[in-house]
Design a binder for this molecule. Structure first.
Ligand code: GTP
Ligand code: MG
Length: 279
């Protein structure tokens, strides 16, 4: 039996969370088309007859401008320490850039696996160009994949198993992730809000479960300013209603999800608030 921890690191929006869901074969981490979606370390577990792979999704590494940004960057870098394999994820639809290099400089790249994601959305020439460009990094291996279509994923998993040591099961069979249920529901609500809003609003939103009695769950949506509160509620509560419907569709039937919006002024810039929100 082989087992171990495999961390995905990279710039925001390269598809780390989509990749985590693809390798695990189920939704474990929320995804959006906005950068800086993931804010915590999220483990997803894949069991095979010969191995247990514990994949670790991390927040995208970026130049932080807020207390939240600093916190999530630290989480990402810490998650790349003391693991069996680090995978640097880059985006095939964008040229290898300074941001990718910055991440590469912070890991032991000679032992890392480079994953070129989103090959479904890039031309063959672009994929080749990216591979040539990143070959200068001298990573241990290179895998072009599509987390969205699944192309290259089985090959990637097979290879990762070969890198793992003999070891125990770290999680009992049947455990898909280390995300607690209340956190997961709050994340599903945040995911729907991220899908709806543009600009700075996605960064200002945090969600948390404040009450849970049987099938009745109360989720608080925290924003930074009074004006944002109105936006999240929408005209006659239309946005909030839609978010509730979309999140509930992913929860057990007859879950009663109540959504409330609260202002916590500039929470993102206040380290104590960031910590209290669980980041
Ligand atoms: N075409 C295509 N799009 C992808 C693929 N993987 C991810 N995406 C898209 O890329 C966007 C970002 O995906 P995420 O998985 O949230 O990216 P991330 O790296 O986790 O982002 P952060 O959490 O912000 O660091 C989403 O719109 C995904 O649908 C892929 O293989 N192909
Ligand atoms: Mg993510």
């Amino acid at each position: 039996m082989k087992s171990g921890f495999i961390t995905f690191v990279g710039r925001p929006n390269v598809g780390k969370s989509t990749l985590l869901n693809a390798v695990c074969g189920q939704k474990v981490s929320i995804v959006s088309d906005k950068p800086q979606t993931t804010r915590t370390r999220i483990r997803g577990i894949l069991n095979r007859p010969d191995a247990q792979l514990v994949f670790v999704d991390t927040p995208g590494l970026h130049k932080p401008v807020t207390a939240l940004g600093k916190r999530v960057n630290a989480t990402a870098l810490e998650s790349a320490e003391d693991v069996d394999v680090v995978c640097l994820v880059i985006d095939a639809t964008m040229p290898f850039g300074k941001g990718d290099q910055w991440v590469a400089d912070r890991i032991d790249i000679s032992k890392a696996v480079l994953i070129l994601n989103k090959v479904d959305a890039a031309s063959k020439q672009a994929v080749l160009k990216q591979l040539v460009r990143s070959s200068g990094l001298d990573a241990a291996a290179y895998f072009p994949v599509s987390a969205l279509s699944g192309e290259g994923i089985p090959e990637l998993i097979d290879y990762l198993v070969t890198l793992l040591p003999e070891g125990p099961m770290y999680y009992p069979e049947g455990t898909a992730s280390d995300v607690e249920e209340h956190t997961w529901i709050a994340e599903l609500v945040r995911e729907q809000l991220l899908a709806i809003f543009e600009d700075e609003l996605p960064y200002s939103i945090a969600t948390r479960i404040t009450e849970w009695e049987g099938k009745r769950i109360r989720c608080e949506i925290i924003v930074e300013r009074e004006s944002q509160k109105g936006m999240v509620i929408g005209k006659h509560g239309a946005i909030l209603k839609e978010v509730g419907i979309r999140a509930r569709a992913q929860l057990p039937p007859d879950t009663f999800l109540e959504l409330f919006v609260k202002v916590d002024k500039d929470w993102q810039r206040r380290p104590a608030r960031v910590q209290r929100l669980g980041y």
